[in-house]
Design a binder for this molecule. Structure first.
Ligand code: COA
Length: 374
């Protein structure tokens, strides 16, 4: 019998069903539960979109108010978790801190039954900004921040705890849009990781810890940080253009470009690019934004490769004073909504995800006693 051919990277394989999101679908583009991403990014608050993803419908006024209050009340971190965070080194990779923080929370507040899944999802959404900033500020500034702030939004809380003063309404607006753009993206690598784990009927914290591990890689969420590291090296657009041409010649990947599903554009790019431009004007930037635009033009001209959601996030986050090492963890603070919603959806399917592999090892061999081995 001939074996079925393996599909490298599962490209084009439909590996399940979801009611959460369409990515690049004819006539639908990128949408969350039927709502176009452009409408959500323009009109909604991130908490509204979190509610939509987790609970299935947009909240009405009362529901949103109650939800924001509920999330606010869940911001405080347990003492034992704070102690762990204080012991993690300043040089730790912030994504390792996120993964560890999530895992420790799972030890201290274990999900004992799937009936608790909404509560666990809300708690993770509320606790993760505190986990990130508590560790970051303690290890870098020796400051013990109190995550249980009164900030109205998750983005506002993040900027506040990172030390932004005074609160800037423009930055908070950009954070809403950014967190909405990053919230959900169908069967991407980290979400699929979470779903594979969920299919074993494991607990929410294990699913999310695994997803954070997948998002850490530079081919996935790590691209925003890698794009910033790259852009920072150049002092003007001409220098950037020459460097990018050399990178392409050496067949190096330029971070923040290309996509596994989209073929001609990433619909999130125009939105975050517009915010990056506005922030550049606000902070009086005359270097990073023009360099970014030139890199984008060169990549399109030379390779027909387009900027993905990560590329202009690099400059946008930089303009708002978010340290580069925290870019991918901020992505986590948003994608936690999509991950949890996918875990809940996967749990409705009783089957474990278990594909097969094409075997490429040696044929059948006779056992060799240890003393006869070379
Ligand atoms: N820079 C330079 N060349 C790129 C590129 C990039 N960012 N992305 C793709 N290419 C090239 C590949 O080298 C390949 O060239 P080849 O045909 O000569 O070998 C071709 O374009 C096809 O790329 P491929 O890697 O097959 O695309 P993919 O669909 O498997 O991968 C990504 C998609 C996102 C993993 C890939 O584009 C990438 O690594 N981008 C940079 C990281 C990034 O921004 N990730 C965030 C995604 S939202």
């Amino acid at each position: 019998m001939t074996e079925k051919k393996a599909v490298p990277s599962l490209r084009g394989i439909v590996a399940g069903e979801t009611a959460l999101c369409t990515v690049g679908k004819e006539g639908a583009g990128l949408s969350y539960r039927g709502y176009d991403i452009r409408d959500l990014a323009e009109h909604a608050k991130f908490e509204e979109v979190a509610y939509l993803l987790l609970y299935g419908e947009l909240p009405n006024c009362r529901q949103l108010q109650e939800y924001c209050t509920r999330l606010k009340h869940r911001r405080a971190l347990p003492e034992a978790l704070k102690q762990v965070l204080e012991r993690l080194p300043r040089a730790a990779h912030p994504m390792d801190v996120m993964r560890t923080g999530c895992s420790v929370l799972g030890v201290l507040e274990t999900e004992r039954s799937f009936a608790q899944q909404y509560e666990v999802a809300d708690r993770l959404l509320s606790a993760l900004p505190g986990i990130l900033t508590y560790w970051y500020r303690y290890s870098h500034d020796g400051v013990r921040v109190d995550p249980a702030t009164e900030d109205a939004s998750i983005g506002g809380q993040l900027l506040h705890l990172l030390g932004a003063a005074p609160p800037n309404p423009l930055y908070e607006k950009v954070m809403h849009a950014s967190l909405i753009l990053y919230a959900e993206h169908e069967f991407n690598a980290s979400t699929f990781t979470a779903r594979v784990c969920a299919s074993t009927q494991s607990d929410m914290h294990s699913c999310i810890s695994g997803a954070i591990g997948s998002l850490r890689g530079p081919l996935h969420g790590g691209a925003n940080e890698a794009a910033m590291a790259m852009l920072e090296q150049w002092s003007n657009p001409d220098e950037a253009e020459q460097a990018v041409l050399r990178m392409l010649e050496r067949k190096e990947k330029v971070m923040g470009f290309g996509h596994a599903i989209y073929r001609s554009q990433d619909p999130r790019n125009a939105i975050i690019k517009a915010w990056s431009r506005k922030l550049a004007e606000e902070v009086g930037d005359s270097r990073l934004y023009p360099i970014s635009e030139r890199v984008e033009a060169v990549m399109w001209r030379e390779k027909r490769l387009f900027a993905n959601a990560d590329f202009y996030h690099a400059s946008a986050y930089h303009f708002m004073g978010i340290p580069t090492g925290l870019f991918t963890p901020v992505f986590v603070l948003s994608r936690i909504t999509g991950w949890c919603a996918h875990v809940m959806e996967q749990r409705q399917n009783p089957h474990i995800i278990r594909p097969s592999a094409t075997y490429t090892g040696p044929g059948p061999r006779a056992w060799i006693p240890i003393e006869e081995r070379p």
